[in-house]
Design a binder for this molecule. Sequence first.
Ligand SMILES: [Fe+2]
Length: 251
Amino acid sequence: MFFRQRAAQNATLSYFFGCTGVGKSVAVDVVAGDEDWFIAEAARVGVPIDIVIDTHVHADHYSGGPELARRVGAPYCVHESNRGRLAFDFAPLSDGQRLDAGNVIVDVVHTPGHTPDSVCLLVRDLRRGDEPWFVITGDTLFVGAVGRPDLAGREREMAAQLHDTLHRKLLTLPAELEIYPGHQAGSVCGAGLSGKPASTIGFEKRFNPMLSMSREAFVDALTADIPPQPAEMASIVEANLHGFAPPGARA
Ligand SMILES: [Fe+2]
């Protein structure tokens, strides 16, 4: 398989990976303005871009996913709970769904908490083994931190849901599984993120301070000092729900 992690603007991390043998690929959490990079990288590797995924409808940056999907003729995928919410056609993802990119297999795990529509992507490379090798965690689990509930007014409920998601769906995965998050240090999407853009389930279980708390302590900690929502948040979400970033976002 090939695998690229792209450090995009505002400490966002995007992913591009796939199977060179069969010639299939997946683009994840593309930031608006980065579409050309994905197209150039696909050409360099010699694969088409077959699947474009956002781990959730982003509130902190304009997504380039819909634009990239249109340009390469690939489906744009987000969780099925966005039915009736998105103003354009998309391919709905459901919990347990398996996406096939040649020898690279992607299993969708619905992981609500940061947002109701968040998903993580469990990836295996059949050329290496039949077990998952890494998980793309979006804004659910960061290196050294966890995502913040995005929904104003429902923070405690969402934080509790995030605790359940982390303990039932991610921390039950094998310790050696690598994690690749949606942000690194410098992002406003969480506090205490490491500048190292990858970790493992086992290391985070031992050393991520948010993962050893009781549910109640976790909810208290996560909702204690929620920073004010970024000024642009409402317009970013609106643009992402319509699938078009403003021209300025593509600078
Ligand atoms: Fe997010």
